[in-house]
Structure formats: structure tokens, C-alpha cells
Design a protein around this ligand. Structure first.
Ligand SMILES: NC(=O)c1ccc[n+]([C@@H]2O[C@H](COP(=O)([O-])OP(=O)(O)OC[C@H]3O[C@@H](n4cnc5c(N)ncnc54)[C@H](O)[C@@H]3O)[C@@H](O)[C@H]2O)c1
Length: 265
């Protein structure tokens, strides 16, 4: 089923956060290929502009919104601008994220503040801002990017895994708050994708685990995935787009594991 302008759902407009690179960029491009107008939100204006131009080449309306989601007003302003500039909003993908490795006994306030501020507080405020608009129009989809880390014991990645556990709580609460308004709230848990953020973090994990054979360390981590390989941003983006455009209208409060069996529930 296509969600382009001929679709009974009508023209679709999506806001994707953290879409200057990695998974967010793949999601924005995936929407553009399906005829969905996209707002690309990111702090990185160079990457954001590149994603915008690539989406526009596919023939859809594409805008870039520069935003620091760590600011108190960033999420509200971003949602308001997307609605104004796209002429409405049907889909929000909360993808922007941050994580860094830190030994449990050496945790810092700086890491906790940045990780919870972006991964959880900004996501919550974005859900509420978009949720108000979607509740009024009686339709919409919100998809939050979580992580298998949210359900693992990770002593060198505690702030990140706690933030993603918070994302799971937020997704469940949002789904219930918005169900009666015809708005669906789900999440996607991606497996390991070799993005810049992932590589930097895994190199740090190796160091914190006292390993200097980084390539061997990475291979061991890959071997732990039951399907025996890492995934890609494009593969995970397919799952996000399916939830937003194609899933039966009875799927809400769901967590879609796209982690090759790493996350088994
Ligand atoms: N890469 C993986 O293996 C993996 C696995 C599981 C979950 N995830 C999640 O997927 C999502 C995307 O991660 P990625 O690997 O593509 O990372 P990435 O670093 O490539 O992308 C994150 C984006 O967020 C943007 N961003 C950072 N701080 C911001 C701020 N203050 N305001 C606005 N934008 C900001 C960055 O500029 C960047 O474009 C994250 O939520 C991450 O936690 C990634």
C-alpha cells in the first residue's frame, strides 16, 4: 500500500529527528521514496542540509530544521515549525540519540545530563508537542527509537541503557494517552548498525574492557548476534516505515525488535 497522495490516508508528512546522519537519514530517505514530505531536524546543519537535498531529489517536499534538542524549548519549536512549514504533521520519528561508554564507578553528571536530556527529556517533550496536534486531528503515528540496551545489564553503558529503558516507559505511556485520539505510539529497537556513534562507542567499550585488539573485539560482539551479522540503517529504516505507513491499525504500544535475535522478548 502506498501512502503517497493517491492513498486514502491522504498526503503524509513526517518529522524525523537526528536525520543528518545514520539511521535518521535512512528513515528520511525511506519516507521520501514513499512520497512522504519530510522535515529533517538535527543540530548538524551540514548533514541535515545534505539529507534534505537528497530527499528533495526524490520529488517530495523536504525541509531542514536546525534544532538543539537539549534546550528546553527545542522540541516544541521544532514540532511547531514542522507543522507550519509542511502544512501539517502525520508522523513523528524520535531518532536523535547520544551515548558514550563510562565505567560504572566513574560515572559523570555530564554524561547523565546529556544522555537523559537528549534520549529521554527531548523525546518526551517532542511526543507531547506532536501528540497535541495529532490528537486534535484524530490521527497520527509516533515512533521512538529505543535499543536492545534498554533491557541489558551494561555497566559501561549505564546512562544510555537507562535512558532507553525510559524510552520504553515513555512509549507505553504515550500509546495509552493517545489511543483514544486515534494516534499510534510504537518503538523500534535496532541491532548494531555501524554508524559513527556506534563505532566510537564500541572502541571505548574495548578500552574500558581492557582490550586493545579492537577488530577482534568487534567480531566477538557481532558473533553474539543470533543471526550472525550486524544490521544496516536501511534495514532498520524499513521497519520504522512499515510501522508508520503499513502496519495494521491495531498496533500500538509495540516494541519492534530489529536486532537479529539479540533482544529476544
Ligand atoms: N547505531 C546503533 O548500532 C544503534 C543501536 C541501537 C539504537 N540506536 C539508536 O538509533 C538512533 C540513531 O543513532 P545513530 O547510530 O544513527 O547515531 P548518529 O550519531 O549517526 O545520529 C544521531 C543524530 O542525532 C543528532 N543529534 C545529536 N545531538 C543532538 C541535539 N542536541 N539536537 C539535535 N540533534 C542531535 C546528531 O547530529 C546525529 O545526526 C539513536 O537513538 C541511537 O540510540 C543505534
Amino acid at each position: 500500500m502506498s501512502a503517497s497522495s493517491g492513498d486514502p490516508k491522504g498526503p503524509q508528512r513526517a518529522l524525523v529527528t537526528g536525520a543528518a546522519s545514520g539511521l535518521g537519514q535512512a528513515i528520511a530517505l525511506g519516507f521520501a521514496r514513499r512520497g512522504v514530505a519530510v522535515a529533517i531536524a538535527d543540530i548538524d546543519s551540514r548533514g541535515g542540509e545534505e539529507t534534505r537535498a537528497a530527499c528533495a531529489t526524490l520529488g517530495v517536499r523536504a525541509i531542514f530544521l536546525q534544532v538543539d534538542l537539549l534546550t528546553a524549548d527545542g522540541p516544541d519549536e521544532m514540532v511547531r515549525s514542522a507543522i507550519e512549514e509542511l502544512g501539517g504533521l502525520n508522523i513523528l520519528v524520535n531518532n536523535a540519540g547520544y551515548g558514550t561508554g563510562e565505567a560504572f564507578l566513574e560515572m559523570t553528571a555530564k554524561t547523565w545530563d546529556r544522555t537523559l536530556g537528549l534520549n529521554l527529556r527531548a523525546m518526551a517533550l517532542s511526543c507531547a508537542a506532536a501528540g497535541r496536534h495529532m490528537a486534535a486531528q484524530k490521527s497520527g503515528h509516533i515512533i521512538n527509537i529505543t535499543s536492545p540496551a534498554s533491557r541489558m545489564a551494561l555497566p559501561t553503558y549505564t546512562a544510555y541503557s537507562a535512558s532507553k529503558a525510559g524510552v520504553d516507559a515513555l512509549t507505553r505511556a504515550g500509546a495509552i494517552a493517545l489511543a483514544k485520539h486515534g494516534v499510534f505510539v510504537n518503538s523500534v529497537a535496532p541491532g548494531m548498525m555501524d554508524t559513527a556513534m556506534q563505532r566510537t562507542t564500541e572502541v571505548l567499550f574495548a578500552k574500558l574492557d581492557g582490550r586493545n585488539d579492537v577488530e577482534q573485539y568487534l567480531a566477538e560482539r557481532t558473533a553474539r548476534v543470533p543471526l550472525g551479522r550486524r544490521t544496516s540503517c536501511d534495514e532498520v529504516a524499513e521497519g520504522v516505515i512499515w510501522l508508520a505507513l503499513d502496519a495494521p491499525p491495531y498496533v500500538t504500544a509495540e516494541r519492534l525488535n530489529l536486532s537479529g535475535g539479540l533482544d529476544k522478548d
